[in-house]
Design a binder for this molecule. Structure first.
Ligand code: PLP
Ligand code: COI
Length: 339
């Protein structure tokens, strides 16, 4: 294969050798299939194309100093994909099938797992789509579950360095009782305009407010939000954000590090009080926030005073990465070592 520059990888698609697939037909899941074909041949009237019957996941495999490969919290991604499937009335992928497919995809593409020293990882992308010719709005008769992998570096090109984010009040990502808590493509489509605008204006992401009151912080397009003040890790409680597995892990690690943890609505004005803030997610890991500009209210919240990640962000980042790469003991049982 062409030599991959592991340490300069961004977050993009790199072709690997194989992907893994499984079809749901006649009310049951079939056998896992392995293929090198990167394309899928589906009917033009498939429900995934018209009515958004689609869900995906994102998780990572890491190569340790000891040469072992670890997948982080795969069980949680499996459970979330079941919730996502149920949320748009698709056949859920059983947890065992989800895990077997991820492990197979990682093992079959072992040579694409970035080396420990690179700081990169293998991103695992499970995808579930509704198939079958259908024009009426109703659930598909058949489904396809695919897992592909691709080696990745940081999601935000700056890596672990504070970046500015923007609040744009004329766009919502998800409604309070909508699909914000599940990982379906429509949420990302809804956030596409503000995301593109934010990038054009030099921001790394758009930070969405709650759609109902426009008062509380929800999350950014690809990651959850957290703020830190008085040795306390504070993250939004909201009915329109994705329950991030990274955020769940950081809440536990913050407690382990002697911090207090609060999960509650976070009003925009509280941004004035945070000593540190960040976006967190599988792709983003922790992305410290430099500044948040509310573009409609013409307000600026300076978060990082010196342009560097704060000490709590740094500690949390290092602690999480150490568990993922196997440098620290996996005391919470978060890691699956692949033999
Ligand atoms: N929020 C959104 C909208 C996301 O797409 C993601 C990424 O999966 C996250 C949060 C972070 O979730 P996780 O930590 O489980 O990757
Ligand atoms: C992830 O962090 O895994 C995501 O899915 C975020 C993004 C790439 C949409």
């Amino acid at each position: 294969m062409e030599q991959i520059e592991w340490s300069s990888l961004g977050f993009g698609y790199v072709k690997t050798d194989y992907n893994v697939r499984c079809y749901y037909r006649d009310g049951k899941w079939g056998e896992l299939e392995v293929t090198s074909d990167e394309s899928i041949n589906i009917h033009m009237a498939a429900t995934c194309l018209h009515y958004g019957q689609e869900a995906f996941e994102g998780l990572k495999a890491f190569k340790g100093k000891d040469g072992k490969v670890r997948i982080f919290r795969m069980d949680e991604n499996a459970k979330r994909m079941i919730r996502s499937a149920e949320g748009v009335v698709m056949a859920p992928v059983p947890q065992e099938l989800f895990e077997a497919a991820c492990i197979k995809a990682v093992k079959m593409n072992e040579r694409f797992i970035p080396p420990y020293e690179s700081g990169a990882s293998l991103y695992i992308r499970p995808l579930l789509i509704g198939l079958g010719a259908q024009v009426g709005v109703k659930p598909a008769p058949e489904y396809l579950f695919i897992v592909f992998v691709t080696p990745v570096g940081p999601y935000f090109k700056e890596g672990f360095k504070p970046t500015p984010m923007a609040i744009m009040r004329s766009y919502d990502r998800a409604a309070p009782l909508g699909t914000g808590t599940i990982k379906v493509g429509g949420n990302y489509a809804a956030g596409m305009i503000p995301t593109v605008l934010a990038h054009e204006k030099g921001y790394s992401a758009c930070l969405f407010l709650d759609a109902k009151e426009k008062k509380y912080i929800d999350e950014c397009g690809p990651a959850n939000f957290f703020g830190i003040k008085d040795n306390t890790y504070i993250t939004p409680e909201s009915s329109s954000i994705l329950p991030s597995i990274t955020n769940m892990s950081l809440m536990q690690l913050a407690k382990d590090l002697g911090m207090k943890v609060e999960r509650r609505p976070v009003p925009e004005e509280e941004l004035l009080e945070f000593e540190e803030a960040g976006a967190c997610g599988t792709a983003a890991v922790i992305s410290p926030i430099l500044r948040i500009d509310d573009l409609d209210e013409h307000k600026t919240y300076e978060i990082s005073k010196d342009g560097k990640p704060g000490k709590h962000c740094e500690k949390l980042y290092n602690t999480l990465r150490a568990i993922q790469y196997g440098d620290a003991p996996d005391v919470h049982g978060w890691v699956k070592v692949i033999d």
